[in-house]
Design a protein around this ligand. Structure first.
Ligand SMILES: Nc1ncnc2c1ncn2[C@@H]1O[C@H](COP(=O)(O)OP(=O)(O)OP(=O)(O)O)[C@@H](O)[C@H]1O
Ligand SMILES: [Mg+2]
Length: 270
């Protein structure tokens, strides 16, 4: 098992999400995860995640591609940020750098005020597990685990007791409309259902910030709207910040801020 919260799939089905309860009933121990340490109740006005002068150049083998040429971004609690850009413009690369999954060629990323590059791999992993959630462009659910266990994984990594982890994971899955699918493995779920498992997994630790790479990219219109609405609701209810890469301009228009990544630079986009 990697030290980082395992990744989950990113596609979805068509069960109703809007209005789903987001406050699972959990035991006292489990409740510790849901209170106090996540989201950002005490972070008003602070910066959750920032990128400063980020550049990324790939130079493996015969390749020499500079994808990012100085990206600056500050993310505050509860903000929903949309990043649009053409295929190959570097959106996934940027999210990977901001999530500490890859290192920049220059510049720095700070998570909760801490420079990621100054931390050991273990400490980086802990900080990510504590404060970040990821929804990847291509799903990375662990195929041999059930939906519930995939969602419980970040809690196990935090050493929450298995029974509590399962309880919290089950509640989280119920909140994305998958109460009746908790024992299904990824191969036994629709693409949209997998996407929702991925979102549940990204949110189960109540992170301060979620990085989502085209979280609705494989979904039909109504399911995409439902998943998106769920994320906006979480942002409102828990002060969770979201950075979403999307090709969907109508969804981007519902975010609090929008950016376009073009020629290695990020600029506000209205
Ligand atoms: N490991 C790598 N080595 C070399 N080049 C890479 C590597 N990863 C990405 N690239 C290149 O960087 C560019 C940006 O890739 P990235 O995946 O960030 O694009 P994207 O904006 O997410 O595109 P899409 O919308 O298609 O997902 C691409 O041209 C890609 O070929
Ligand atoms: Mg991408």
């Amino acid at each position: 098992m990697s030290e980082m919260a395992p990744t989950l799939p990113t596609s979805c089905g068509s069960m109703p999400l809007q209005g789903a309860p987001i406050r699972p009933e959990v035991s006292k121990d489990a409740r510790a995860v849901w209170q106090g340490q996540s989201g950002s109740p005490g972070l008003a006005g602070k910066v959750v995640l920032s990128a400063q002068g980020l550049t990324k150049r790939f130079t493996e083998g015969r390749l020499d591609v500079t994808v990012l040429k100085g990206v600056n971004l500050e993310v505050h609690p509860g903000e929903t940020l949309a990043i649009v850009g053409t295929s190959g413009s570097g959106k996934s690369t940027l999210l990977h750098l901001m999530g500490g999954l890859d290192a920049p060629s220059s510049g720095r990323v700070e998570l909760m005020g801490k420079d990621l590059s100054a931390l050991s791999a273990d400490r980086q992993g802990q900080l990510r597990n504590q404060h970040l959630g990821f929804v990847y462009q291509f799903h990375h659910l662990l195929p041999e685990f059930s939906a519930r266990d995939n969602v419980a994984m970040p809690l196990w990594i935090r050493r929450m007791a298995p029974a509590d982890s399962e309880q919290v994971a089950t509640s989280m899955l119920a909140s994305v409309g998958l109460k009746d699918r908790i024992h299904h493995r990824p191969a036994e779920l629709s693409g949209g259902e997998r996407q929702r498992v991925a979102i549940a997994r990204a949110l189960v630790t109540r992170p301060a910030c979620v990085l989502a790479d085209e979280p609705t990219g494989n979904l039909d219109r109504s399911t995409a709207d439902g998943v998106f609405e769920l994320m906006l609701q979480l942002a409102r209810d828990h002060n969770t910040a979201f950075i979403m890469v999307t090709h969907d301009e109508s969804l981007a228009s519902r975010c609090t801020r929008r950016f376009r990544l073009m020629e290695g630079r990020l600029s506000p986009w209205e």
